[in-house]
Design a protein around this ligand. Structure first.
Ligand code: VG1
Ligand code: CO
Length: 559
């Protein structure tokens, strides 16, 4: 293997955000931009973490993935740095949770996911890359900070001279000491799903004449998984899958499974004669949205409901979940379940990387984020298909003895029963995308200053302040500290307003406002969340002076 040392110079702006490095495709097309980052990554690892080792490479199928894998050097730089073998998903495809699963199953040292997740794809849009570690978890901040540091002083890239690999054919190719194996991106993942869930139970539900299911792959990576899993193994009919072909530009779509961007699915699920369960997943297959007939399950409720029903409906959890965790802005619905199950509970900053240590230490098994992320310790990423299988399992379990013609327990019934048992946590998130960075930063500074002057007991409209702070987190496993993870106003009745700036955007600043209010009174549970939360939303806008700082009248996305 001929290895060349190519001189290079640092390029600005290679700091990793909430989940990997994400920029416009045009930025990644600059000379050595991606190559620098990949080399900086190897320079940040201990040699024993990759020399002669095994890495995994997958992606969500978006524009630029093929170039990135080959021409722009991920494979060649891996070889140049002495990696022994790389497992690449066929056609460069592999979902984020599947990469995590393959790393674990094949005992790899780590892996790359070429994805900007739910951000749109195409020459004018976004690209991104994430690195996961040997237990399949997103690289911790200690590593991503090192990578960034190395991008500022990088001077050489080690590149192996190997020809372009045909990623469309399964098989092994040797290049001296370096091996490329193109693998089926589905099989290890499918095997894991069969281990976690009772496929016979789900099959029973999907074959009922009185139950209809629809899955929208949004022309993203789960298209490659939905057919072999839902249709091939679970007997759903092919027309249950919509937008099932992964496309480089996601069919001009925005592959974000929420009420705004998964409009097609929402329309189907709110029409007369809607299916019983509708679901969608994002670009790289780690997010999910669950809908019943005319009924939206908030992600915060989804993780709570899955946790409450897991022991009965999902074999993997037959002894009950070990512990539960959510990101700080996610609603407290999960807290109530943890209290009832009497299991440990953790609140971590936004971003899946904070759950990994808790899982490795055996402290939690189910966790979630309000941002359509749900998962468990079967892998170290959130997992869209897993969440859909979890919901199918719950509905299947609740109806397993029902005869055709009997009324089935619906998705909405399960949610309403859950609220009746635990109370309802009304929750909404307002996103103001692509604001001017200056205005957004000034607003956050203004709020920080305000928080430093607040005192508990102060009145805000009808709410009494319990405390306000800038959330920080000390990892109970390794003691690492994450500061400035979101500004919180917590009121005495448990209501919360939280402000954060997004760490995944590729242009300007995105402000997120999270609003939550707990309602124990069953007679109020059927209220529309926007109506129930209106006073608190108005308060959130006035406290922050959002309009003055950003000039925005309305959010771009409400979930
Ligand atoms: C967002 C979500 C966060 C999620 C992250 C990555 O981050 O809020 O909960 O973990 O995206 O998800 P931010 O910093 O923009 O709020 V994914 O599907 O992009 O890997
Ligand atoms: Co994603």
């Amino acid at each position: 293997l001929k290895i060349e040392s190519v001189p290079t110079k640092p390029v600005e702006g290679q700091k990793t955000g909430t989940s990997g490095l994400r920029k416009k495709v045009k930025v990644f097309q600059q000379e050595n931009y991606l190559a620098n980052w990949i080399q900086a990554l190897f320079d940040s690892l201990q040699p024993e973490d990759y020399k002669g080792g095994l890495l995994v490479l997958g992606g969500d199928g978006r524009y630029f993935n093929r170039e990135a894998a080959q021409v722009f050097d991920i494979i060649k730089i891996a070889a140049g740095n002495g990696v022994g073998k790389i497992l690449v998903g066929k056609d460069g495809l592999m979902s984020t949770p599947a990469v995590s699963a393959v790393i674990r199953k094949q005992k790899a040292n780590g892996g790359f996911v070429m994805s900007a997740s739910h951000n749109p794809g195409g020459p004018e849009y976004d690209w991104g890359i994430k690195f996961n570690y040997s237990s399949g978890q997103p690289a911790p901040e200690s590593i991503t900070d090192k990578i960034y540091g190395n991008t500022l002083s990088i001077s050489e890239i080690k590149i192996a001279d190997i020809p372009v690999v045909d990623l469309s054919c399964l098989g092994v190719t040797n290049y001296g000491d370096f091996i490329v194996e193109v693998i089926d991106p589905v099989s290890d993942y499918l095997e894991l799903m069969e281990y976690v869930f009772d496929f016979q139970l789900i099959k029973g539900l999907l074959s009922r004449p009185d139950f209809r299911f629809i899955f929208d792959a949004m022309h993203a990576v789960t298209g490659a998984y939905a057919k072999p899993i839902f249709v091939g193994r679970l007997g759903a009919s092919l027309d249950c899958i919509s937008n099932g072909e992964p496309l480089e530009d996601f069919g001009h779509g925005h592959p974000d499974p929420n009420l705004t961007y998964a409009k097609d699915l929402v329309n189907i699920m709110y029409a007369v004669n809607a299916p019983d369960l509708g679901a969608a997943s994002d670009g790289d297959g780690d997010r999910n949205m669950i809908l019943g007939r005319g009924f939206f399950i908030t992600p915060s409720d989804s993780v709570a409901i899955i946790a409450a029903n897991a022991q009965a409906a999902i074999p993997y959890f037959k002894n009950g979940p070990k512990g539960l965790a959510r990101s700080m802005p996610t609603s407290g619905a999960l807290d109530c379940v943890a209290a009832k199950l009497n299991v440990p509970f953790f609140e971590v900053p936004t971003g899946w990387k904070f759950f990994g240590n808790l899982m490795d230490a055996g402290k939690i098994s189910i966790c979630g984020e309000e941002s359509f992320g749900t998962g468990s310790d079967h892998v170290r990423e959130k997992d869209g298909i897993w969440a859909v299988l979890a919901w199918l399992s719950i509905i299947a379990y609740r109806n397993k003895d029902k005869k055709v013609g009997e009324k089935l327990v619906s998705v909405a019934d399960v949610a309403k029963e859950h609220w009746a048992t635990y109370g309802r946590n009304f929750f909404s998130r307002y996103d103001y995308e692509e604001c001017e960075s200056d205005g957004a930063n000034q607003m956050m500074e203004y709020l920080r200053d305000l928080i430093s002057k607040t005192q508990s007991g102060e009145k805000y409209g009808n709410y009494i302040l319990q405390f306000a702070d800038d959330f920080s987190y000390t990892d109970p496993v390794d003691g690492s500290v994450a500061l400035k993870q979101g500004l919180r106003f917590v009121f005495t009745d448990g209501s919360r307003i939280i402000y954060r700036l997004s760490g995944t955007g590729s242009a300007g600043a995105t402000i997120r406002i999270y609003i939550e209010q707990f309602e124990p009174d069953v007679s109020k549970h059927e209220m529309d969340a926007q109506i129930a939360l209106k006073p608190l939303i108005d308060l959130a806008l006035s406290i922050s002076k959002l309009k003055e700082f950003t000039g925005r009248e309305k959010p771009t996305v409400i979930t």
